[in-house]
Design a binder for this molecule. Structure first.
Ligand SMILES: CC(C)(COP(=O)(O)OP(=O)(O)OC[C@H]1O[C@@H](n2cnc3c(N)ncnc32)[C@H](O[C@H]2O[C@H](COP(=O)(O)OP(=O)(O)OP(=O)(O)O)[C@@H](O)[C@H]2O)[C@@H]1O)[C@@H](O)C(=O)NCCC(=O)NCCS
Ligand SMILES: Nc1ncnc2[nH]cnc12
Length: 277
């Protein structure tokens, strides 16, 4: 009998695999404060873990197309930025068809889309090149009054666009260093990832939290996340108590840190890519 020969994955396919894996790892990580995880729906009535998985898988062709566009065009500039915008909008439609209209991964399409394209061009300069792409103005992008735009107007908050334009400081200066520090303490991968999420939450202006719960919600998220880390992190008993407290507080405020969750996925993507280099 002849052996079945599987085709070797292209670079674009491997990057799409890594992006989807990062989204699934983020969704599965538990217990995340007020977010969808293996325990339940957090502060969401319209989301659940199966939907997050289906949504992540629906985005695989989009991530692959973004990486291919970067490889075809070969340089940072308006043609690539506008190609990514078009592919991203199509991906968002595919996501909405899969989820029956629920917004599961809009922020992740933005962050991981830019990072996937940047990784295809030059993995070692990934956040710098993602920022350069985010700084270019896509002439075809619609200007809807999104939740992010509304809270930017009301509170002057820096949202997803600015986070990318600055080269993802929440990821490079908070999430990744914490992930590596916690791993060195041999506390287990899930605890290290939870600590990374908390580190991201300590300073982020998450526009999802701001839209739902205002500055009070942001203060509760940032203060509570810092309290877990100060108590020794999510692997310690004292830290777990603080984490439980943070979960309760955010649920009471109906505040879901969806932006922080997307940035954790970005963090896991870059970490995986570093491991593959
Ligand atoms: C340029 C865009 C990023 C648009 O940004 P803008 O801020 O105008 O739009 P939003 O759609 O409100 O926000 C983008 C999403 O980014 C996540 N996010 C929030 N804060 C931050 C932050 N500080 N840094 C990084 N990322 C952040 C967040 O995504 C998660 O939350 C989603 C659910 O949130 P929300 O929409 O508020 O809630 P809903 O469930 O819809 O309603 P309620 O339940 O509250 O009633 C969830 O999807 C997570 O992913 C923000 O939502 C860019 O998005 C854009 O232009 N998109 C158009 C398509 C495109 O061109 N893409 C290009 C690909 S390269
Ligand atoms: N796990 C999660 N729960 C709720 N919103 C999210 N957006 C991205 N990941 C999420």
């Amino acid at each position: 009998m002849r052996a079945l020969k599987l085709h070797e994955l292209t670079l674009a396919e491997r990057l799409a695999d890594m992006a989807v894996d990062a989204l699934i790892d983020e969704a599965d990580l538990s217990p995340k404060p007020a977010l969808v995880d293996r325990r339940g729906n957090g502060a969401h009535s319209d989301l659940h873990l199966g939907l997050m998985h289906a949504s992540a898988l629906s985005l695989w062709p989009m991530f692959k197309a973004m990486a291919e566009a970067a490889l075809d065009i070969g340089e940072i500039g308006l043609p690539l930025r506008e190609a990514l915008g078009r592919i991203g909008r199509e991906g968002e439609q595919a996501m909405l068809v899969t989820t029956n209209g629920v917004n599961t991964h809009r922020g992740a399409i933005w962050a991981l889309g830019l990072l996937t394209a940047a990784a295809a061009l030059a993995p070692r300069d990934i956040t710098l090149n993602a920022a350069r792409l985010a700084l270019l103005n896509d002439r075809y992008a619609p200007q809807p009054l999104s939740h992010g735009a509304q809270v930017a107007q009301r509170y002057g908050a820096r949202g997803a666009r600015e986070e990318a334009q600055l080269g993802f400081p929440s990821v490079t200066q908070r999430g990744l260093p914490q992930l590596r520090k916690s791993r060195q303490q041999n506390i287990g991968e899930q605890n290290a990832r939870l600590d990374a999420l908390l580190a991201i939450m300590t300073e982020l202006a998450d526009t999802c939290v701001l839209y739902r719960a205002g500055p009070e919600g942001i203060a509760a998220m940032q203060r509570g996340a810092q309290a877990v880390l100060d108590a020794g992190g999510s692997a310690t008993l004292a830290g777990r108590r603080q984490l439980h407290e943070l979960d309760n507080q955010l649920l009471a405020l109906n505040a879901s840190p969806g932006g922080a969750a997307d940035l954790l996925a970005a963090c896991l993507f870059i970490d995986r890519l570093d491991g593959a280099l």
